[in-house]
Ligand binder design. Structure first.
Ligand code: DQA
Length: 146
């Protein structure tokens, strides 16, 4: 059986739906997960969708992905802008990575306009809300088939 795609979500994303809806929309993280699962099934992929507020746990999941996953979709939340540890883990994983942000980080505060994750990412999708996760799955379906 093919390995899953790890869909990893960082800090405060458990608050989706409640947190600044004007920026992040009204979908809860569970809504995002359901949409991603439906799209994955349609693409004949499986996903393992997780969230943590803990930088070390995200690093451990990325390390685990090296053997257990075929690709990673990552919304590292604020750790995108701060975490060299997450970047190091992604580089060590040697897997295709798509970075996703719900909001358009380039229309926001200057400190959000740099992402360490981008340096390890095949592509970056931002500003399209939950749809970004579905588009990331589509991109990976093509990439993994080729
Ligand atoms: C985010 C953007 C980050 O700047 C922020 O810290 C988040 C969410 C997004 O999905 O738009 O927590 O990654």
């Amino acid at each position: 059986m093919a390995k899953p795609i790890y869909v990893l979500n960082g800090p405060n994303l458990n608050m989706l739906g409640l947190r600044e809806p004007a920026i992040y929309g009204s979908d809860s993280l569970d809504d995002v997960r359901k949409k991603a699962e439906a799209r994955a099934t349609a693409l004949a992929l499986t996903i393992d969708f997780r969230q943590s507020n803990n930088e070390g746990e995200l690093v451990s999941w990325i390390q685990e992905a090296r053997d257990k996953a075929q690709a990673i979709i990552l919304n590292a939340g604020a750790y995108s802008h701060t975490s060299i540890a997450v970047l190091d883990a992604l580089q060590a994983a040697e897997l295709p990575v798509i970075e996703v942000h719900l909001s358009n980080i380039f229309r926001r505060e200057p400190y959000r306009q740099h992402s360490y994750v981008s340096q390890a990412a095949k592509g970056v999708i931002c500003g399209l809300g939950a749809k970004g996760y579905e588009l990331a799955l589509e991109a990976l379906a093509d990439l993994l088939a080729s």
